[in-house]
Design a binder for this molecule. Structure first.
Ligand SMILES: [Zn+2]
Ligand SMILES: [Zn+2]
Length: 366
């Protein structure tokens, strides 16, 4: 499951909500207008529509001195510009901080203690997908250099009064902003289009990676109910009640089967790493799309030709968390588990998904 994932919208010509001027979607600043506050359906779908502002109006409302400055402001915020920047920042942060040890709670029958996992031992768990991590890293390097090029062009735009050159730069960057940086899994080699139904179906796993040396698994946690009666239920990925049964649905939503709350991405996931015979517990934010894409590539290469999204989904195995001082079984048939103590859960060391990118074949160069 992939809560909080980006949604798509149309790209035709649109009208400025302020002055009525019509222009290409990509030449407008777009923003959400929420129609009904506090009114929501069972799935808590926000009701909003998109509104647009043309460059002239942005210049006035933002008090930008020049039109080029207004364009700069728009280009930074439109389409996928922000999410691409977030992905690159995430990647660069992982390159900058290379940890040689990872904090983890070592859990055994007798108790638990803070343990330092070495990078080399964690790497053994990822040894089966090293090539896929390398592919993802190269793709993010490419995105990173594309964004650097855009920054240079925007800087040039700030200092030129040549209208033709400004137009050229705006067209170049805005059409790049319109495009998604492609996912690598389930992508048609000739068109470059991602098969989203398969990609989404591939995200219903509890086990991110497994080799003979160990595994990394994670479960989404329900933290609804406020600070006193927090639900604390962990549910296997396929067993959350979802809005659309179709595992390939692109705008799905998930509900806790114990308290009926809609899943919120800020609640994060419980992580279990096994190395050798040992179990280590951590927690993490929900995995980002690039992290999921690496797993999706792994699923894709093991998939039989002609498989449907449903076949792919059906083939993904389900895993229960190991019963430890952190988690117990609530109802295994319903895929429900329960964190034993909220405070000890929140005190767990954090696993950072971007660090998966450090598990490739070579050290990440700065
Ligand atoms: Zn306008
Ligand atoms: Zn719940």
């Amino acid at each position: 499951m992939v809560p909080g994932s980006a949604k798509k919208r149309g790209l035709g010509p649109v009208k400025c909500n302020t002055c009525g001027h019509e222009a290409k979607f990509r030449h407008m600043y777009s923003y959400k207008v929420f129609d009904e506050v506090e009114v929501s359906d069972e799935w808590d779908d926000p009701k909003f529509h998109w509104a647009y502002e043309c460059v002239k109006c942005v210049q006035i409302s933002g008090m930008h001195q020049t039109e080029a400055a207004a364009w700069n402001w728009i280009l930074e915020r439109q389409g996928n510009a922000k999410s691409k920047k977030r992905r690159v920042d995430n990647f660069n942060a992982a390159k900058d901080v290379i940890r040689n040890t990872f904090d983890a709670m070592d859990v055994s029958q007798n108790g638990r203690s803070l343990y330092q996992l070495t990078r080399m031992s964690v790497k053994t768990v990822f040894s089966g997908i090293v090539d896929l991590i390398d592919l993802k890293r190269r793709s993010l390097e490419l995105l990173s250099s594309t964004l650097k090029t855009h920054e240079v062009l925007r800087e040039e735009m700030r200092h030129t009064s040549n209208i033709e050159r400004i137009k050229e730069i705006v067209d170049f960057i805005s059409s790049a902003n319109e495009k998604d940086h492609p996912m690598l899994a389930f992508t048609n080699k000739s068109t470059g289009e991602t098969d989203w139904a398969k990609w989404k179906a591939s995200t219903y796993h509890d086990e991110y990676v497994k080799t003979k040396n160990g595994y990394l698994r994670y479960w989404f946690i329900c933290m609804a109910g406020g600070s006193i009666n927090t639900c604390l239920t962990a549910i296997t990925s396929k067993m959350w009640d979802r809005k659309y049964k179709d595992p390939g649905a692109t705008r799905n939503k998930w509900k806790c089967t114990v308290c009926r709350a809609n899943y919120r991405t800020k609640w994060g996931v419980f992580v279990e790493i096994s190395i050798g015979k040992q179990i280590y517990c951590l927690r993490a934010t929900i995995p980002d799309d690039d992290t999921l894409d690496i797993k999706a590539m792994d699923i894709e290469r093991n998939l039989k030709e002609g498989s449907t999204p449903q076949d792919l989904y059906d083939a993904i195995p389900v895993f229960a968390p190991t019963t430890t001082q952190y988690i117990e079984t609530r109802d295994a048939a319903k895929g429900q588990y329960r964190l034993i103590n909220k405070d000890s859960y929140l005190a767990l060391p954090e696993w950072k998904w971007a660090e998966v990118l450090q598990m490739g074949s070579e050290e990440v160069a700065k």
